[in-house]
Design a protein. Structure first.
Length: 125
């Protein structure tokens, strides 16, 4: 049986039409678009998470007040109905964080995936 990992946007219509069967969601929580589909952790791989995240980064040394303002404006933007609808249509769930939380998330992802990249000898350019 063929199996594939993919983001929701390109396959959601096929899942909803019954052409594909979703076995698990790779995020830490179930998708709002497919709430009946369990997470991969729920179906037997505790702690598994592989999510595509989008965020806004600023150059190192950007003054704290500017970072705070950018974060505040971005959080307000993703609460707008049309922005939420677009994110949902692309297969995503709106997730917000503080700059500190996002930096910690980036560090965590680098530790998790960086080790695998180095172990497999993959070249990052």
């Amino acid at each position: 049986m063929p199996v594939s990992f993919n983001t929701l946007a390109p396959i959601l219509a096929n899942i909803l039409a019954g052409n594909l069967r979703a076995l698990g969601i790779a995020s830490a929580v179930r998708s709002a678009l497919l709430p009946e589909v369990p997470t991969i952790a729920e179906v037997g791989l505790p702690g598994f998470e592989a999510m595509l995240r989008y965020g806004l980064l600023a150059p190192a040394g950007t003054p704290k007040d500017i970072v705070t303002r950018l974060n505040s404006e971005l959080r307000a933007a993703v609460e707008l109905d049309d922005v939420k609808a677009r994110i949902t249509a692309d297969g995503g769930d709106v997730l917000t964080s503080t700059p500190e939380q996002y930096a910690a998330d980036i560090d965590s992802e680098e530790r998790k995936w960086g080790m695998l990249v180095r172990k497999l000898g993959l070249k990052v350019e």
